[in-house]
Design a protein around this ligand. Sequence first.
Ligand SMILES: O=C([O-])CC(=O)C(=O)O
Ligand SMILES: [Mg+2]
Length: 231
Amino acid sequence: MRTVVVTDPPRADVDDAAALGGYGVATVHEALGRTGYLGPEFRPAWAGARAGGTAVTALCWPGDNLMIHVAVEQCRPGDVLVVATASPSTDGLFGELLATSLARRGVRGVVLACGLRDVADLREMAFPAWSRAVSAQGSVKATAGAVNVPVTLGNQVVHPGDVVLGDDDGVMVVPRGDVARALTASQARLEKEAASRAAFRDGELGLDRYGLRDRIEEFGIEYVPFAEERG
Ligand SMILES: O=C([O-])CC(=O)C(=O)O
Ligand SMILES: [Mg+2]
């Protein structure tokens, strides 16, 4: 495993990151052509958690949180800490003490490919956290890894300085170079959905609004009265 700490990487604008967090994962993911989603196994530690920030990455040995402690020092206000492990592990590498340290540094949340613990305290602190597991299994601090190198979580690569956002729907990454496009496209999508919502409230059907009746005809889907189908 690489043992390197990259300091002060360029990062996306932290206000843009917060704005993307406000749009939410489903909207931004759709706006960017259904890209960036880490996958459904990344779940919030508590319902209602929401954050958008710039990634500081840590690559840890499984069962070892030494590099999380190293990464905390590299975190600046507006960041989200993103933790991967060198091989799959569900151990609880993160909890309320590390969250206390991150909150003190103005960090907006944490995303872990492994486990976390102290869920009740994280909820009480309202510290946004996502992970692939909740696990009380403790960790050692024995093996060096890396900070601020590209890491893979789920099916996505996160580079330091990318925007990472999370909410009840999961977590996604927006590459630093795509942030401006993500903001414009998310706003457009929000407006489009607001118009659809108003139409659905008025009783319009998706079949008509999205022009789906032609497609149904193309498929040759038959509408059969109940009585006829039963003979
Ligand atoms: O200390 C640890 O290893 C993880 C933890 O529980 C905390 O941060 O509170
Ligand atoms: Mg703890």
